[in-house]
Design a binder for this molecule. Structure first.
Ligand SMILES: *Cc1c(COP(=O)(O)O)cnc(C)c1O
Length: 479
């Protein structure tokens, strides 16, 4: 090809390829369309159900193009109106959050400007914002300045990064895996066992620490378990506690566990994915000892009500984190002169990453922290309010929760598990608000997790009315 033919081919290609860089007039009109959609979606939230038991269709990628308008219609019907409405305050199952609007603006800004947040020299400002959010989290949990951390997709990957650091700090390698012991309770989130398996610790010994009637680890038993294992020639190295379990919202006795792990020189990890941000509320004293953890995870997409896709890990021993994650390559040589700890890529498995810091940083700056704390405080009170309402209606309740997750069941005279399962099915069928279920001490129970920032007293009243309505149905079919 000579220059002339290259140039003419380029002209031809440009006619098509420049479609990706849309002109201002179209950008403005698309932004208006999107802004109208977002406002309409949010305005309608109070009037639509929390759960829609429907399947999706028509979402395959087609060869003919479609307009933004057409696609938004499709999106509304097949995505927004199927399954759990997670933006709604009526999401009271699993662990909700909601998705504050200003975080969506931050995501938009991050996507339009697209800075490279993984490496300091590539975008000092973006890397700084990532690190600033980590620093802020360190202050929330009274971790020292020397601790490191990263913003990840969520709690699962954050757990994985922490366990990997613990593994490497304690030199758990092929030859000693089968003798290495991890301690946790049956109430840990399943991402814990999953992460241990992914990082090659499937064959390590996992000890389940007994829990009390509040579903909290019994610290004395932990101490005994560790002593026995050491005497038996095993190698205890990691204790995993929860600050807010997923099923019951329980906080383990962190301070006691910290003393035990300190005494035996074990790595102390706290999973605060759901509960962590409640440390900023009147529940603060329950978190005593969390500052003594070697690592901790917390999910801003839960307790800070941000859209899905941001969790955080904090780790005190920066060397072990670097050991697992710091690698370099020839094509990275322009980046390695910068201080290693300033580049998020050295502290997590990700290199190129979504600029997640911005969706935490921007809302915190726009709103200040006070509305977030008030929102958390409100959820604690709503949980008490809900429990009072239900117990007045003859339901049985799980123990007084530490935070905003609780469970209940109806004490049917016979066949209670089957009938409570029916009650759950009726509730899903109804869908006014969304609740989920669990099995606790062999009992089928219905959980309520109050964390969505849009959940208010009216939502709880609606939930109670729905539960009573559904109970009426179960009672009548079983007569
Ligand atoms: C949600 C949760 C996780 C997992 O976090 P993801 O963000 O869903 O990956 C881990 N631990 C606890 C206690 C959780 O509530």
């Amino acid at each position: 090809m000579d220059s002339a033919s290259i140039i003419s081919k380029l002209v031809e290609l440009n006619a098509l390829s420049s479609a990706l860089d849309i002109p201002e007039s179209e950008r403005t009109s698309m932004l208006q369309t999107m802004s109208y959609y977002a406002n309409h979606f949010i305005n309608e939230l109070p009037y639509i159900k929390g759960y829609n038991n429907a399947q999706e269709k028509g979402l395959e990628i087609k060869s003919q193009t479609r307009s933004l308008d057409q696609l938004l219609n499709l999106y509304q019907k097949e995505v927004a109106e199927t399954g759990i409405n997670a933006a709604s305050g009526k999401h009271l199952g699993y662990i909700p959050g909601g998705g504050v609007f200003t975080a969506a603006l931050a995501d938009f800004l991050a996507a339009v400007t697209n800075p490279y947040a993984g490496v300091y020299y590539a975008s000092p400002g973006a890397a700084r914002i990532e690190n600033e959010v980590v620093n802020w989290l360190k202050s929330v949990f009274s971790f020292p300045d020397s601790a490191v951390g990263s913003l990840n997709s969520g709690g699962s990957i954050s757990n994985l990064i922490a366990f990997t650091a613990a593994r490497d700090k304690h030199q758990v390698k092929n030859e000693n895996i089968r003798k290495s012991v991890v301690y946790l309770s049956e109430q840990v989130h399943h991402s814990t066992q999953k992460a241990l398996r992914i990082i090659g610790l499937e064959d390590a010994i996992i000890r389940y620490i007994p829990i009390d009637q509040h579903h909290r680890i019994i610290a004395d038993t932990l101490d005994n378990l560790i002593e026995t294992d050491i005497n038996d020639g095993l190698i205890p190295f990691l204790v995993i506690a929860s600050a807010g379990t997923t099923d019951t919202g329980a906080i383990d006795p962190l301070d006691d566990i910290a003393s035990i792990t300190h005494k035996h020189n074990l790595w102390f990890h706290v999973d605060a994915a759901y509960g962590g941000f409640f440390i900023m509320t009147s529940a603060k004293s329950r978190f005593k000892g969390i500052e003594k953890a070697d690592s901790l995870i917390v999910d801003p997409h839960k307790g800070l009500f941000l859209p899905y896709g941001v969790g955080a890990v904090l780790i005190k021993d920066s060397q072990s984190v670097l050991y697992s994650n710091y690698y370099t390559a020839n094509y990275m040589q322009d980046g390695v002169n910068e201080e290693m700890l300033k580049s998020p890529a050295n502290l997590s498995p990700e290199l190129t990453k979504h600029f997640r810091g911005l969706r935490v940083w921007l809302p915190l700056q726009i709103h200040g922290i006070a509305p977030f704390i008030a929102c958390l405080e409100e959820k604690l009170l709503l949980t008490r309010y809900f429990r009072l309402q239900l117990s007045e209606s003859g339901f049985s309740l799980g123990p007084e929760p530490d935070l905003s997750v609780s469970y209940f069941w109806y004490p049917f005279d016979s066949d209670a598990n089957r009938k409570n399962r029916q009650l759950m099915e009726e509730i899903h069928q109804d869908g006014s608000v969304f609740l989920s279920s669990s099995i606790i001490d062999d009992r089928f129970v219905i959980r309520i997790a109050i964390l969505a920032f849009r959940t208010k007293k009216e939502t709880i009243d609606e939930a109670v009315a729905m539960i009573k309505r559904c109970l009426g149905k179960v009672l009548s079919v079983n007569e």
